[in-house]
Design a protein around this ligand. Structure first.
Ligand code: PGA
Length: 266
């Protein structure tokens, strides 16, 4: 990715098999036009990738991606799936280090960095998630945790590779709970992330999304912050009408009088 786009990423988690994914696409496509500078990403369960990719074909603004991959391209890893395999069925992005992977399945910062490196080598866009738990926030360790999570990534990736990475700040306490970070809280951590990247010589063109209980009612306020380049959404992305509405509401909030989107770098 050579420039920062406004990105709407739908994380379907363990919802929507192939038939439901096709039905979603049929309803969704006529509701949301393709717009320059705005990208729509879908992360369906792996078994639905091929069906969804086919159903959404012909839209340059849309891409599908896998929710999880292994860093090896093949081998004796029962239950895992490789990057070349998901690419074969249409994935052009991979979600890496989602908090459910980190906290429910024990994924470490180092594994997140290995997966990110493997995605970049294979030519798919990694969408890498970071974020603190409630205990970490309440004990004043939010910044420390986010910087720690970025550490192995900064070690493994060359500065030049970062232009192909997308980050998402998702406070764990806000995911699926109905409690979202205030636009101020989110913007503050987005700034911290950008400073940390800058200190390490990483380009300011890395988009940083916000995720955690984003819905049609709060997306506008979040996206009016220039630090927030888009949203990563679970629950509110499952229904085609609702997701289309969220995309339109968010985009209206972000649009500048001159047209285009109000991202931090103009
Ligand atoms: P949520 O999930 O929008 O349902 O809070 C966000 C995510 O897990 O990416």
């Amino acid at each position: 990715m050579s420039e920062r786009h406004l990105i709407y990423a739908a994380n379907w988690k363990m919802n929507h098999g192939p038939a439901e994914a096709r039905a979603f696409a049929k309803k969704f496509l006529p509701l949301v036009p393709s717009v320059t500078g705005r990208s729509l990403w879908f992360f369906p369960p792996a078994v639905s990738l091929g069906a969804l990719d086919e159903a959404l074909a012909g839209r340059p603004d849309i891409k599908v991606g896998a929710q999880n991959v292994h860093w090896e391209s093949k081998g004796a890893f029962t239950g895992e799936i490789s990057i070349p395999m998901v690419m074969e069925v249409g994935a052009r992005a991979v979600l890496v280090g989602h908090s459910e992977r980190r906290h429910l399945f024990g994924e470490t910062d180092e594994q997140v960095a290995r997966k990110t490196g493997a995605a970049l080598k294979a030519g798919v866009t990694p969408l890498v998630c970071v974020g603190e738990t409630l205990t970490e926030r309440e004990s004043g360790r939010t910044e420390q945790v986010v910087v720690r999570q970025l550490g192995p990534l900064l070690e493994v990736l060359e500065p030049a590779e970062w232009v192909k990475v997308v980050l998402a700040y998702e406070p764990v306490w806000a995911i699926g709970t109905g409690k979202n970070a205030t636009p101020d809280d989110a913007a503050q951590i987005h700034e911290l992330i950008r400073m940390e990247l800058g200190r390490n010589g990483v380009s300011d063109r890395v988009p940083i999304l916000y995720g955690g209980s984003v819905n049609t009612a709060n997306v506008g306020l979040l996206l009016t912050r220039p630090q927030i380049d888009g949203v990563l959404v679970g629950g509110a992305s499952l229904d085609p009408e609702g997701w289309a509405d969220l995309v339109e509401k968010g985009s209206q909030a972000k649009v500048r009088p001159s047209g285009g989107y109000d991202l931090a770098d103009g």
